[in-house]
Ligand binder design. Structure first.
Ligand SMILES: NC(=O)c1ccc[n+]([C@@H]2O[C@H](COP(=O)([O-])OP(=O)(O)OC[C@H]3O[C@@H](n4cnc5c(N)ncnc54)[C@H](O)[C@@H]3O)[C@@H](O)[C@H]2O)c1
Length: 493
C-alpha cells in the first residue's frame, strides 16, 4: 500500500463543491492532500462527506484513480491553518468563491507563505489570472486550472497562464492534470471566458436570438442540440466533424466557407439575456421540465403522461360516470393517442398521472399502479380582486380524477391535488388557481372548499361550479403541512 502513495503534498484551499472534487481526484493517485477552508467546520464536514462519497463511488464502481476508497481517504487530511495547508505543497488548487476581492486577498496571503516552486492554480470560472496575481512576488507561479462541474465526472481542465506565468509551471500543471486522469488543454495566453465559456456563450447567444426572433420555440431549440448537434459533439469536436463531413478539411472549407460566412453575417448583435424574453424562456423551461419529472409523495407518485399509459387511460374513459364527471366525450383509442400527444406538446397544459405508491413499489408495474390523473391548464388571470388588479397574473385551472374505483376513499385525490397545486406554485410560478366541477360532484366540491378555495360562480346551464384561490404564503405553508414530505426527481421513463 505504501508504494502506491506519493510523498508530495497538494493543498486544496476552499472545501466547497469544487474543492472536495479536486481532493478526491488528487488522492485518487496517492497525493498527500491537505484541505483548508476559512470556516473550520466546513473542513470537518468536507472530510466526513468525502469519506462517504469515496465509499459510495467505490460501491457503484465509478471510483477514479488507482487506490481503494480507504487508501484514498487515508491520503486526505484537513487543517484550519492556511500556512499548515500550503507549506511544502508542490501544488495549490484554490477553490474559494468566485469573488475577485476574496481571491485577491487570499493570493496576497499565499504570496507570503509559499516558496519559489509551488504552483498556485485557481479554479476560477471567469477571472483571468492576471487580475489577482499582478502585484505578487510569486506571480510567475500563478495560473488558472479551470475545471468543469462536476470535475469528478467531467475531465476537461483549462490551463490558462497569466502573461508572467513561467512556462515550466504551465507544463507541470498540465502533466499533473493528466496524471490524475483529467483532460487538460492549455491556452497560449489568457483571454476572457477561456475556451469553454467562449464556445458556450456563442451557442447561447445564437440560441437566444433564434428564440427572441420567434424562429424556434424554447422546446425545439433544445431538440436541435440534444437530438442533433450535441450527438455529434459528444464524440467529435467541431473541426473534426467538419473534416469528416467532406473530403477532408480543405474540401470542407472550399465547399462551405462562403455559406458559413454569409450565414454568420446575418447573426446580428450580441443579445442581452434579460427582460421579457428572459421571463418567457424561464416560463417555457419550467413548463417543459414536467415532461421529465416525477413527484414522489407519501401515498402517491405523480408521473408524466406518456404514450405507454394511453391504453389504460382509454379503458378508464369508457366509463360513463367518468365521462359525465369530466365532461368528456368517448374517444377511439387512436384519438386518445392523439390527445395524449397534443397535451404533451401543449405548453399551457401540465399533466401528471397518479400512481398508488405502495402498489407500485410492491409490483414495479407502473401501468397496474395507475389510479388517475391531474392537470393544470395555465392561463393569465386579469380580474382577480384580491391583489394587483391591473396586472395579469399567471393562473392555473386544476383538475383531478381518481379513475380506479378501488383507489377511491383513500385520500389519493387529496394528496395528488395538493402536490399538483404545490408544483404549480413552485415550478410554474402560478399566482392564482381556478377549479371547475360538476354541481353533482359533491366530493370534489367539498375537497376544494376544504382546500380553502372560494366558490365564485355557478352556471346552471352547464351544471358547473367554479372555485378560486389566490396563492398566498400562509396557504402554501398550509398545503405543505397537509401534503407531508415529497420529492421532485427525474422520471426515468
Ligand atoms: N461550482 C461550479 O460549477 C464551478 C465550476 C468550475 C469552477 N468553479 C470555480 O470554483 C471555485 C469554487 O466554487 P465552488 O462552487 O466550490 O464554491 P463553494 O461556495 O461551494 O465553496 C467555496 C468555499 O470556499 C470557502 N472560502 C471562502 N473564503 C475563503 C478563504 N479566504 N479561504 C479559504 N476558503 C474560503 C467557503 O467557506 C466555501 O466552503 C470558484 O472560483 C468557482 O468559480 C465552480
Amino acid at each position: 500500500m505504501a508504494s502506491k502513495m506519493k510523498k508530495e503534498k497538494v493543498a486544496i484551499i476552499g472545501s466547497g463543491l469544487i474543492g472536495r472534487s479536486w481532493a478526491m481526484l488528487f488522492a485518487g493517485v496517492g497525493y498527500q492532500v491537505t484541505i483548508y477552508d476559512i470556516i473550520p467546520e466546513i473542513v470537518e464536514k468536507a472530510l466526513k462527506e468525502t469519506k462517504l462519497e469515496l465509499e459510495s463511488v467505490e460501491k457503484q464502481g465509478t471510483i477514479r484513480g488507482t487506490l481503494s476508497a480507504a487508501e484514498q481517504f487515508a491520503c486526505i487530511r484537513g487543517t484550519d491553518n492556511l500556512k499548515d495547508a500550503v507549506t511544502d505543497a508542490i501544488y495549490v488548487q484554490e477553490c474559494v468563491p468566485e469573488r475577485l476581492d476574496i481571491k485577491k486577498k487570499l493570493y496576497g496571503e499565499l504570496d507570503g507563505l509559499v516558496g519559489p516552486n509551488t504552483i498556485l492554480a485557481s479554479s476560477t470560472s471567469t477571472f483571468m489570472p492576471s487580475l489577482f496575481s499582478e502585484d505578487m512576488k510569486h506571480r510567475a507561479q500563478v495560473l488558472v486550472a479551470h475545471p468543469v462541474n462536476p470535475p469528478y465526472y467531467v475531465p476537461l481542465v483549462e490551463i490558462v497562464p497569466a502573461p508572467w506565468t513561467k512556462p515550466e509551471h504551465t507544463t507541470k500543471a498540465r502533466e499533473l492534470m493528466t496524471e490524475i486522469g483529467q483532460k487538460p488543454v492549455t491556452l497560449s495566453r489568457q483571454i476572457e471566458g477561456f475556451a469553454l465559456n467562449r464556445i458556450q456563450y456563442a451557442i447561447l447567444n445564437e440560441t437566444w436570438r433564434l428564440v427572441a426572433d420567434g424562429i424556434l420555440s424554447v422546446k425545439d431549440i433544445d431538440v436541435v442540440m440534444s437530438e442533433g448537434l450535441g450527438m455529434r459533439y459528444a464524440f467529435l469536436g467541431p473541426l473534426e466533424t467538419a473534416h469528416l463531413n467532406a473530403e477532408g478539411m480543405l474540401n470542407y472549407c472550399d465547399r462551405y466557407c462562403n455559406t458559413i460566412y454569409a450565414v454568420s453575417e446575418t447573426m446580428g448583435p450580441t443579445p442581452r439575456m434579460e427582460g421579457k424574453v428572459a421571463e418567457q424562456v424561464a416560463k417555457e423551461m419550467e413548463e417543459m421540465l414536467n415532461e421529465h419529472l416525477q413527484i414522489i409523495g407519501t401515498n402517491v407518485i405523480l408521473v408524466p403522461y406518456e404514450s405507454k399509459h394511453v391504453e389504460k387511460y382509454h379503458q378508464w374513459m369508457k366509463s360513463e360516470e367518468l365521462q359525465e364527471l369530466t365532461a368528456s366525450e368517448p374517444l377511439t383509442l387512436e384519438e386518445e393517442y392523439q390527445m395524449q400527444a397534443s397535451w404533451r406538446n401543449d405548453e399551457d397544459k401540465c399533466t401528471f398521472l397518479i400512481l398508488d405508491r405502495q402498489r407500485y413499489e410492491d409490483t414495479k408495474d407502473e401501468i397496474g399502479a395507475l389510479v388517475g390523473d391531474t392537470n393544470i391548464f395555465i392561463q393569465s388571470h386579469p380580474e382577480a380582486e384580491d391583489e394587483q388588479p391591473q396586472t395579469d397574473r399567471l393562473a392555473g385551472e386544476i383538475e383531478i380524477m381518481i379513475a380506479e374505483p378501488t383507489a377511491r376513499g383513500k385520500r389519493y385525490g387529496w394528496e395528488a391535488t395538493l402536490l399538483m397545486l404545490l408544483f404549480g406554485v413552485e415550478r410554474l410560478q402560478l399566482q392564482h388557481y381556478l377549479a371547475i366541477t360538476k354541481d353533482t360532484n359533491a366530493k370534489a366540491m367539498r375537497m376544494f372548499e376544504r382546500m380553502q378555495f372560494r366558490e365564485t360562480k355557478r352556471t346552471a346551464i352547464f351544471q358547473e361550479v367554479s372555485f378560486e384561490r389566490p396563492v398566498q404564503d400562509d396557504w402554501i405553508s398550509w398545503m405543505k403541512d397537509q401534503a407531508g414530505s415529497y420529492t421532485i426527481v427525474p422520471y426515468p421513463g
